[in-house]
Write a protein that binds this ligand. Structure first.
Ligand code: SAM
Length: 332
């Protein structure tokens, strides 16, 4: 039975004035090395700007991953089964999911995202496109085990094994230890025997990476700077928006792109009644995007409890799509 996203059961997260956001921002701005977790980049505006980033000519990951999904989704579904419930972590626009769902249009789809407004709009579009699909959105944080609707994960093991979907190299936003914890939480969320289809970006020449995260039209800059607008709006901040610029740096030692907001002059501001000062040139670290070797990806998945079954890449070796299975059920 098709379910309207608006009727579907939802776990409530916090209201728009989120105490966790306030705590992360106040803690992150207090120390000498300032940083704010990347998840807060995704309010409704941030999610919309992220979609625009995926269209930027320099941003190769979305195009490459989309081609890989077009080439290999049928094979994925042959292995998982067309009735496997699809559980997507950080679903955003759910645009790539459409490619997978073409092969399983009557299954159950559980998108999980921290930005509920954007997810609702994406689910409405998906419901219109796949009328036989049951859609059960969950607004929540994928860093923890997420309780799934009982029809997806029955306690008697009667429902088909789920197919987790984690595209966009979103895993790259996490530090190594966080990524392992997250993969383990995913395994608990999905249950024994589950499948995981994950997209991960590969290491490549720093110039190409920096261009992808600092596009000529300034879309990524808008995405990053929107965090300051969000802080001002939701946390009663007075951060001067013209006092900062977007920076994308390659950290070779840690194999990652880092996004920062750099102060263009000495600045003073308040957030939620707390005063802060930053010196000219000081930065707020807002996102990491780790890049992996093919061996590194499979090693990370194994540490998180997932055995790689298939590993696909494009002809240029830019990006990987991997199908993994919870260890005990893995072949070999
Ligand atoms: C890089 S975007 C990827 C979007 C989409 N999956 C894609 O491949 O284009 C990351 C997505 O994860 C969501 N997200 C980030 N951190 C999250 C968290 N801790 N829990 C749930 N969703 C999160 C964001 O709201 C956003 O939709």
């Amino acid at each position: 039975m098709a379910t309207s996203p608006l009727d579907a059961p939802r776990r409530a997260l916090q209201p728009s004035f989120d105490p966790a956001f306030r705590a992360d921002v106040l803690r992150g701005l207090a120390g000498p090395a300032k940083s704010i977790p990347a998840r807060w980049l995704y309010d409704e505006t941030g999610s919309e700007i992220f979609e625009a980033i995926t269209q930027a000519p320099e941003y190769y990951p979305t195009r490459t991953e989309t081609s890989l999904l077009q080439a290999h989704s049928a094979d994925v579904v042959r292995q998982s089964g067309a009735d496997a419930p699809v559980v997507e972590f950080g679903s955003g626009s759910s645009l790539k999911t459409r490619i997978l769902l073409e092969h399983m249009p009557k299954t159950t789809y559980v998108p999980i995202d921290i930005c509920g407004e954007f997810m609702d709009a994406a689910c409405a579009e998906l419901g219109a496109r796949f009328p036989g699909l049951e859609i059960l959105p969950v607004e929540g944080d994928f860093m923890q085990e997420v309780p799934l609707p009982s029809c997806v994960k029955s306690s008697d093991g009667a429902s088909p094994e789920a197919l987790g979907f984690f595209p966009g190299s979103t895993i790259g936003n996490l530090l190594h230890a966080e990524a392992i914890d997250m993969l383990r939480a995913m395994r608990r969320t999905l249950g024994e025997g589950a499948w995981l289809l994950i997209g991960m970006d590969r290491t490549k020449e720093p110039d190409r990476l920096i261009a992808a995260y600092d596009d000529a039209l300034g879309v990524t800059a808008r995405f990053n700077l929107n965090l300051l607008t969000r802080i001002n709006r939701e946390l009663d901040g007075s951060i001067p928006l013209d006092g900062f610029r977007h920076l994308a740096l390659w950290n070779d030692e840690r194999s990652r792109i880092e996004m920062h907001l750099e102060a263009l002059r000495d600045v003073r501001f308040e957030v939620a009644g707390t005063p802060f000062t930053m010196d000219h040139g000081e930065t707020i670290h807002t996102e990491n995007c780790h890049k992996y070797t093919p061996q590194g990806m499979e090693g990370l998945l194994a540490a998180g409890g997932w055995a790689t079954q298939c590993h696909w890449s494009d002809a240029d070796g830019d990006y990987s799509l991997l199908l993994a299975r919870a260890h005990d059920h893995a072949r070999g």
